[in-house]
Ligand binder design. Structure first.
Ligand code: MSP
Length: 658
């Protein structure tokens, strides 16, 4: 198998502007391309627009504009949007490109010569939304398209058929012999059972409209859009010998909605044309937005650029790649996004960088510190890095970006824990500058490795982080630079200036962002939540803002003993999905045991080292299994997207909060 990595997004229809759904696929493809480039593989990323077909012709006619001009205009937002969220394609194909049309016509002729295209008459059902044919039994009750829930149209016309039925056994054999051809496995099983139920020849030309690639030698026919569009993965790659070397594609990334076209039609078309088939079709799941199905009429098809502007490109990219198990359906949830920005990016990674750099300023005047003898703590951390780097690489290789990020954040958590335990400030205080330097140098080395590993998903922040720790921006070439082990740096190398990479989203801003991007108020919900002050939080899926409790006296407030605490240890509680068992330094002789419902929002290791606010005089509460909580932490938000109330490092454990 060639080392080259050719990967594609679907070639998007131009009837809708780019949205979270298409951004999701495109970001995933960009991240995978970047990962393989880090591994020293030549990469090629293709995206583009699918511009032919009845759907586009109809809209252009409705608007009274030329279809070609309309297509040209509607393609622009795609070409323009992706680079603005750092998705850098190597080629942007338009199915209306002259060279594509010419090459696809040649391929048509080749398949016709091979005998897999023949003229016949088609009568059946067609959904314009899908640009897809349906049999009667595939339609929902009332003759509705199972995907769009709109009435399918009856069509009856002369057409060219593609002999798909001929390929049934070969397809089943392919799925058996190369199960990785369709991923994830659950999707493979769906495809298998579809093919097993019997394949009929499919209609691949139309005569009742003209917006398509003309069929060679029979110009009253235009090619079926899917025939034309699928080949747009191939035609740009025939342009030069260098590009030809990228074929067959490693991965066609698609949403589950268009898997059948890719896993059944596409290999059959390629076989018929005598062309090698791709290695993998990966079908990811579908996203809802704030718990609601995305739809133009609901007005929740958020523009990715607006999100990038509000939250930062990398927060958007990180959230999309981290929040949903890749391959499964998931929810794009603004409250959750804010929670992850603050917790994973701001707290766990950003603060770590900041802490290490600030300490380094005091120990070695902003230069890379001199490393002395390594102790067990350092060895432990370096082992964590080796394990995390391996796990993250395996996950990227398996097209599981969310798991890759989990593995990388495991290393981030371990580094935070390392700093807490190794306590360079204490070493410095007792005059052991050599030890403090060793600790900080080790942490900086690990941060360097982390900055490389996060680059596929958050390239800007990775480079910003590298500038702060005195490293060049990531450069890819033919060398594998994945940090399976740290590269030790030389003492005295200059470091950059510490600055927050992921500024915290505070409560005020959160409120604004929820109003701008949170759940859309539905008609029915509006009438039942008339007391709510925010349109953003008033649907059934959102957390309604509770009405303010009646006022209390200052004396009531003074009864609360609020204290600054530092999380020393955090662990999951077996059999309790929501709970974490914590040990908190409240400046008391012994750490306080606390049990808190944080597990849906935080990984235990992310919390270690966090400066939290604790209600220290709350009566003890039992949680079963001998677990007793001696206090409570303050946090805001729903239990699956909590933001922790934290305080700056200046406040020592035990400081009263008033
Ligand atoms: N033009 C065809 C593809 C031809 S490929 C040779 C097409 N275009 S599309 O514009 O409708 O894009 C569909 C793709 O957009 C999905 O397969 C998926 O990648 C992405 N998504 C659209 N909505 C989505 C969600 N709600 N969630 C996740 N991805 C979604 O089909």
């Amino acid at each position: 198998m060639s080392d080259r990595f050719y990967i594609t997004t679907p070639i998007y229809y131009i009837n809708a502007a780019p949205h979270i759904g298409t951004a999701y696929t495109t970001i995933a493809v960009d991240a995978l391309t970047r990962y393989h480039r880090l591994r020293g593989q030549p990469g090629f990323m293709l995206t583009g627009t699918d511009e032919h077909g009845l759907k586009i012709e109809r809209v252009a006619k409705e608007r009274n504009v030329s279809v070609r001009a309309f297509a040209g205009e509607m393609s622009v937002p795609f070409r323009d949007t992706w680079p603005q969220i750092d998705c850098h394609f190597d080629h942007f194909v338009r199915t209306t490109d002259a060279d594509h049309e010419q090459r696809v016509a040649e391929i048509w002729e080749r398949i016709k010569k091979n005998g897999d295209l023949y003229l016949g008459a088609y009568e059946g059902w067609y959904c314009v939304g899908c640009e897809g044919y349906y049999t009667e039994k595939e339609l929902d009750a009332g003759g509705l398209c199972p995907i769009h829930k709109t009435p399918a149209e009856r069509i009856r016309e002369q057409t060219y058929f593609f002999r798909l039925s001929k390929y049934q056994d070969r397809l089943l054999d392919l799925y058996e012999r190369r199960p990785s051809f369709v991923q994830p496995t659950t999707r493979l099983n769906e495809v298998k059972s579809f093919v097993r139920s019997g394949l009929e020849d499919i209609s691949v030309s139309r005569t009742t409209f003209s917006w398509g690639v003309p069929v060679p030698g029979d110009p009253q026919h235009v090619m079926y859009v899917w025939f034309d569009a699928l080949f747009s993965y191939l035609t740009p790659m025939l342009a030069t010998p260098e590009r030809k070397a990228f074929w067959p594609a490693k991965v066609h990334m698609v949403g589950k909605d268009i898997l059948r076209f890719h896993a059944v039609y596409w290999p059959a078309f390629l076989w018929a044309a005598g062309i090698e088939i791709p290695e993998t079709i990966f079908a990811h799941g579908f996203l809802t937005v704030n718990g609601q199905k995305m739809s133009k009429s609901r007005g929740n098809t958020i523009n990715p650029l607006a999100l990038a502007e509000a939250f930062g490109i990398d927060t958007l990219r990180y959230y999309l790649m981290r929040a949903v198990a890749f391959g499964q359906d998931g929810d794009f949830n603004i409250a959750d996004l804010i929670g992850r920005h603050n917790a994973d990016l701001g707290n766990a990674l950003g603060n770590l960088c900041n802490r290490v750099l600030k300490q380094t300023e005091t120990v070695s005047e902003g230069k890379f510190p001199e490393k002395g003898e390594l102790e067990d703590l350092e060895r432990g951390l370096l082992e964590e890095l080796a394990t995390g780097a391996r796990a993250a690489a395996d996950a990227f290789d398996a097209i599981q970006p969310n798991r890759a990020l989990e593995a990388i954040w495991q290393v981030v958590g371990a580094t935070n824990q390392y700093i807490d335990r190794a306590a360079p400030w204490a070493a410095k205080k007792r005059g052991d500058v050599r030890r403090a330097s060793t600790i900080l140098a080790t942490a900086l080395d690990v941060l360097g490795a982390v900055s490389t590993m996060v680059w596929p998903v958050i390239p800007r922040s990775a480079d910003a982080m590298r500038a702060q720790i005195g490293l060049e921006p990531i450069k890819v070439g033919s060398k594998d630079v994945w940090p399976f082990a740290v590269t030790s740096r030389r003492a005295g190398e200059p470091l950059g200036v510490a600055a927050p990479i992921f500024p915290r989203i505070d409560a005020e801003r959160e409120k604004q962002l929820m109003a701008d991007f949170g759940p859309v108020q539905e008609e029915s919900a509006a009438t039942t939540t008339s007391t709510s002050t925010s349109t953003a939080t008033s649907t059934s899926t959102a957390t309604a803002i509770p009405t303010a409790p009646s006022t209390i006296t200052y004396d009531d407030f003074a009864k609360l003993d609020l204290r600054v605490g530092v999380v020393l240890r955090a662990e999951r509680v077996a059999g309790k999905d929501k709970l974490l068992s914590l040990s908190i330094d409240l400046g008391e002789p012994e750490p306080r045991p606390l049990v808190a419902g944080l597990a849906l929002s935080f990984k235990p290791e992310e919390l270690v080292g966090t400066r939290v606010v604790v209600i220290a005089n709350l009566e003890p509460r039992k949680f079963g299994k001998g677990l007793v909580s001696h206090g409570m932490l303050l946090a805001a938000g729903p239990s699956e997207a909590l933001s922790m109330v934290t305080v700056a490092e200046k406040a020592a454990p035990g400081t009263k909060v008033k």
